[in-house]
Ligand binder design. Structure first.
Ligand SMILES: Nc1ncnc2c1ncn2[C@@H]1O[C@H](COP(=O)(O)OP(=O)(O)OP(=O)(O)O)[C@@H](O)[C@H]1O
Ligand SMILES: C[C@H](N)[C@H](N)CCCCCC(=O)O
Ligand SMILES: [Mg+2]
Length: 238
């Protein structure tokens, strides 16, 4: 089973665009991909959710949501206020495992950061990852402040015995400021995990063809091994 959980150091750091980039690379390699967004908040029934956005950018992927809540809040809060049932970690794990039967890769995008609650009992994406023994990718912001939130996230993953596959910078600024450039060196040290890529700021607004063409250069091949940070940054600051 190949399930990868996408979490982040917070909300709006680029989890959806990173999920789309991973999906685009996998689809281009001929792999079947499913994207699971367990709890989508802040989106009306007729609006596009994160999983829909991944499909728009990445191409032919299966998408699934387990619940959608109208208010832009943490899933547990949004569910409680809507009077709707919450999504439980075991439901996330079961849905991902089911998708994994018929897909080569299942990507599960959390809501906000690692410890954002899905239910009032404190269930999180980390609990679902534990049930599946699935590795997690942490999406981090580029600039000042990311060292602290990345290290906190990494430490909590380790404390729970989870596998941190690596860190991806969800939005790389152009021009890159001093802190962002220094973070290319410091992030993998504080996270104790490889830096597996960076997406250019605004990638979510690229035309799908441009997004798919760029994705392989933004991520380390197959999200393993080395990512060429020097080549990436020189493309943005020649
Ligand atoms: N299609 C798009 N056009 C313009 N900006 C976009 C687009 N998609 C994403 N963005 C912007 O890129 C940034 C990262 O967005 P993204 O949705 O990937 O974050 P996220 O970590 O998935 O957030 P969430 O916790 O809400 O799931 C945000 O500031 C967002 O507004
Ligand atoms: C609505 C938003 N875009 C996300 N989907 C939910 C983010 C919840 C963050 C909660 C928190 O950490 O304070
Ligand atoms: Mg998202």
């Amino acid at each position: 089973m190949s399930v990868l959980m996408i979490t982040g150091t917070g909300t709006e750091v680029g989890k959806t665009v990173t999920t789309a980039a991973v999906a685009a690379v996998a689809v281009a390699a001929g792999r079947s991909v499913a994207v699971l967004k367990p709890a989508q908040t802040g989106v009306r029934p007729d609006e596009r959710g994160d999983a829909d956005e991944v499909a728009r950018l990445a191409g032919a992927v299966t998408t699934q949501e387990l619940a959608r809540y109208p208010e832009p809040l943490a899933p547990a809060t949004a569910a409680r206020r809507a009077g709707m049932p919450p999504v439980r970690p075991h439901e996330v794990a079961e849905a991902a495992a089911k998708l994994a039967v018929e897909h080569d890769l299942v990507l599960v995008e959390g809501a906000g950061g690692l410890l954002v609650r899905f239910d009032d009992e404190g269930g999180t994406l980390a609990d679902a990852a534990r049930l599946l023994a699935a590795p997690m990718l942490v999406v981090a912001s580029a600039g000042l402040g990311t060292l602290n939130t990345s290290e906190l996230t990494s430490r909590e993953l380790r404390r729970r015995g989870l596998d941190l596959a690596g860190v991806v910078i969800g939005s790389w600024p152009d021009p890159a400021d001093l802190a962002s450039r220094c973070n290319l060196v410091d992030l993998p040290v504080v996270a104790e995990a490889p830096l597996l890529g960076a997406l250019p700021a605004g990638a979510g607004a690229y035309a799908p063809a441009d997004f798919r063409a760029g994705a392989p250069t933004w991520l380390a091949p197959r999200l393993g091994g080395a990512w060429d940070a020097a080549a990436f940054t020189s493309a943005f600051a020649p």
